[in-house]
Design a protein around this ligand. Structure first.
Ligand code: SF4
Length: 484
């Protein structure tokens, strides 16, 4: 069984990370184009989905080359690296590890050769039956254990597809996909074909775009915009697609049961992305409006926790008619460095990332809008910082309901024991973070703002109702399956 690592990089500096996304994936089929450079810019647009490692695989029709390393996309690739990655197909990946340690071997795309073809694969999501899959792999190919290059669900999936006896990558993938459980948006390729597939619930996003002379598949529509591809449609839940010189062909390998991750709308996706027909920025503004309607307060100024709290703060200000302003300045680059902070620097904590504008907040009653509370350390530090800067009152407003349950589908919140809302009620959380008042948007309000039916969304981290069986990880995690 693949287990969560102990050895994760600890380059964050404030002792608490927000919800971390699992990965960004990108693929392009475009003979005659600079496919590696297109992939580089696609990954650059998806950097927010994973900052630990980045990789690109390129095929020239005869062989596949992979280049990957630890770090941000712009740290990993130089102009010279991209210049040697020539070909007609490329796939790329930016990683945040949810299974397997954060190290080079676990960076993606994964690569595996078998009879007649080579497979490179990039995955966003998290499988929930990795133990069963590993067993299947070891049974079907006795010595496969010795040939696993890495410790991730992605590596096991890659090995299963490669070692399946069906023949082509396409036939093997169609035979293995139904055995996978959990969340998976996949982009993969052999020497001549680009493939993509999505789990039956479509938990993580995946979209198809068209270039003048080729095709693009990406985690988010914003990545299509950035490389000049026009949005065609989403890869549907339970769909498999293949793209080659004959164009795009599609198979539905299972019956779709859409349950898109609602947290993509709250925080994970870029605001300029569209998921299931809904633009993320207006949804976030609408969530802020609901938040203001549900939790009004008399105040002088609404400020966001930048940048993820910004659209909801705009919505809160719009509905409440309280002026909106910037009261916290963010340094986006601190905390993504591989230079380990010393103890003295670590004690600066959140100040390395956020700094209050004293002249803006001093003497004012402030509404501060954030996207979520995980452990509560960040919000506690922000409240303290705003008080030190002279704020008269601090009212915290959160654009998601309390996160009470862990995510098993590719988002690393924390264990249930670490989630502040799993153990404390809202008044206790308010006291713990030191705010004058605290309000979370209701689940109904959040769902309404997305314009998507509740039955088509995963809301498990708020409700504990998982859309599929989850691995029993510890005594305090109950299996709460929705009634079918
Ligand atoms: S549990 Fe929460 S974060 Fe995970 S997929 Fe479901 S809604 Fe998204």
């Amino acid at each position: 069984m693949v287990r969560r690592p102990d050895g994760k990089l600890t380059h964050e500096v404030d002792g608490e990370k927000g919800p971390q996304d699992a990965c960004g994936i990108f693929g392009v089929w475009a003979p005659g184009e600079e496919v590696a450079k297109l992939t580089f810019y696609g990954l650059y647009a998806l950097q927010h989905r994973g900052q630990e490692s980045a990789g690109i695989a390129v095929s020239d029709g005869d062989r596949i080359l992979v280049y990957k390393d630890m770090g941000l996309v712009a740290q990993v690739f130089t102009e010279n690296d991209l210049a040697v990655l020539t070909g007609k197909i490329a796939i790329g990946h930016t990683r945040y590890s949810t299974t397997g340690s954060s190290n080079w071997a676990n960076a993606q795309p994964t690569l595996r050769s078998s009879e007649g073809s080579t497979l490179a694969l990039a995955h966003n999501g998290n499988l929930t039956n990795t133990g069963d899959l590993a067993e299947r792999l070891f049974k079907s190919s006795g010595d496969a254990q010795n040939h696993l290059h890495a410790t991730t669900d992605t590596e096991i999936m890659t090995a299963l597809i490669s070692l399946e006896k069906g023949g082509s990558v396409e036939a093997n993938a169609l035979s293995i996909l139904p055995t996978l459980q959990g969340a998976f948006s996949l982009i993969f390729m052999d020497e001549n074909t680009l493939y993509a597939a999505r789990d039956r619930h479509g938990i993580r996003p995946l979209v198809i775009g068209k270039l003048e002379t080729g095709w693009v598949v990406a985690s988010e529509s914003a990545a299509l915009d950035i490389v000049g591809a026009s949005f065609i449609r989403e890869v549907e839940p339970g769909e498999f697609i293949a793209i080659d010189e004959d164009g795009l062909r599609s198979h539905h390998w299972t019956t779709p049961e859409p349950r898109g991750c609602i947290f993509e709308y709250v925080y994970l996706a870029r605001p300029d992305t569209t998921i299931a027909g809904q633009s993320v920025h207006p949804v976030r503004v609408a969530i802020g409006e609901r938040l203001a309607a549900e939790h009004p307060v008399e105040a002088d100024l609404v400020i966001p926790v930048p940048e993820s709290g910004t659209p909801a703060a705009i919505g809160y200000a719009k509905y409440s008619k309280i002026p909106y302003g910037a009261g916290l300045v963010k340094n986006s680059y601190v905390g993504r460095t591989f230079i380990q902070p010393s103890q003295t620097i670590r004690q600066l904590g959140i100040r390395l990332k956020l700094n209050p504008l004293r002249e803006v907040v001093a003497g004012k009653k402030i509404v501060v809008v954030d996207d979520s509370i995980v452990r509560g350390n960040t919000q506690r530090a922000i409240v303290r910082m705003l008080r030190e800067a002279g704020a008269a009152e601090i009212h915290v407003r959160i654009s998601s309901p309390p996160v009470k349950w862990p995510c098993y589908f590719g988002i690393d919140f924390a264990t249930r024991a670490e989630l502040i809302a799993a153990g404390l009620d809202i008044e206790e959380i308010r006291r713990s973070i030191g705010a004058d008042s605290l309000g979370y948007v209701s689940l109904e309000g959040l769902i309404e703002a997305t314009n998507i039916a509740e039955s088509k969304l995963c809301t498990a981290c708020f409700t504990g109702k998982y859309p599929m069986p989850i691995p029993e990880e510890s005594g305090n995690v109950k299996l709460l399956l929705e009634e079918a």
